[in-house]
Design a binder for this molecule. Structure first.
Ligand SMILES: Nc1ncnc2c1ncn2[C@@H]1O[C@H](COP(=O)(O)OP(=O)(O)OP(=O)(O)O)[C@@H](O)[C@H]1O
Length: 259
């Protein structure tokens, strides 16, 4: 298993208009590891994760400074195509967002089609592989032509994961992927994440402290204090953040005293 560093944020700063919302974020995401981003609402976790694949810049008032290095190359380097960046660094959102009337199979292939990539041999093998990796092949293999809306919420979220996987990303960003799901579906997604990390780098925003401890190798605690921009208070091995944090604010947050 590779331990080479894969994704790295160097001095990331973010603004919305003139409002500075993230200050000097430096984080490292080694390959084959899951990193959890935790912190109270509004501290900038979603904003930060969107800088990691250049989705942040789709917001008109968005400002950005810093570097995000993918295997040594800055994804913000002038001349770099953001569409290519987003193919390598996929994203799964809080609310499952499959195309509701498109079939399960078409949904898996939809990201590829939208990006204009060619699909080999009708895509059958890729659909199967992606659904297997998202741990839902056995559930849907006999109903690939049915619309995505016929799936449960948890299945729809795994379909969205399969859609991302069909693009063969190197990194998967997940913004609270289980917040709309029941505990059973949440567990299944967590199992999927642990399997996926064997082949990619994963960054996940979560409000669920148990979830971070179950799946994350390392954890970063974000905080925005007294109108100041959000920043990383503490970053390290998940066990250390939850059971031996250095900073008193981390200790208070992970033990549910605020946020
Ligand atoms: N599109 C936007 N335009 C202006 N301000 C925004 C926009 N999106 C987020 N913000 C502001 O940026 C700050 C960080 O928001 P963000 O959603 O990243 O926080 P978060 O930690 O992910 O919160 P939550 O846990 O509630 O999802 C907040 O003050 C928010 O109001």
């Amino acid at each position: 298993m590779s331990v080479a560093s894969h994704l790295r944020a160097d001095n990331v700063n973010v603004w919305f208009g003139s409002r500075h919302v993230l200050k000097d974020v430096n984080l490292e995401f080694p390959s084959n590891q899951v990193t959890a981003l935790i912190g109270p609402s509004g501290c900038g976790k979603s904003t930060f994760i969107r800088t990691l694949n250049r989705m942040h810049e789709l917001i008109p008032s968005a400002g950005f400074a810093g570097r995000v290095m993918l295997d040594g190359d800055d994804i913000y380097e002038p001349g770099t195509d953001p569409v290519n960046v987003r193919l390598k660094i996929g994203m799964v959102f809080q609310k499952p967002n499959p195309f509701p009337t498109m079939s399960i199979k078409e949904n898996v292939l939809s990201g590829l089609k939208l990006s204009g990539r060619s699909i080999e041999k009708g895509g059958g093998e890729l659909v199967e592989e992606s659904l297997r990796r998202a741990s839902m092949w056995n559930e849907v293999k006999d109903r690939l032509g049915e619309p995505a809306i016929s799936l449960s919420g948890g299945q729809q979220q795994r379909l969205c994961i399969a859609r991302s996987l069909a693009m063969m990303p190197e990194v998967l960003l997940m913004d609270e992927p289980c917040s709309a799901l029941d505990p059973g579906s949440t567990r299944r997604i967590e199992e999927t994440i642990l399997e996926l990390k064997e082949s990619m780098t994963i960054v996940i925003v979560t409000h669920n402290m148990q979830q971070a401890q179950r799946i994350a190798d390392q954890t970063a605690f974000f905080l925005a204090e007294d109108g100041e921009p959000g920043h990383v208070v503490e970053f390290g091995a998940t066990d250390k953040i939850f059971h031996g944090p250095i900073d008193e604010r981390t200790n208070a947050y992970v033990n549910g005293h605020f946020g």
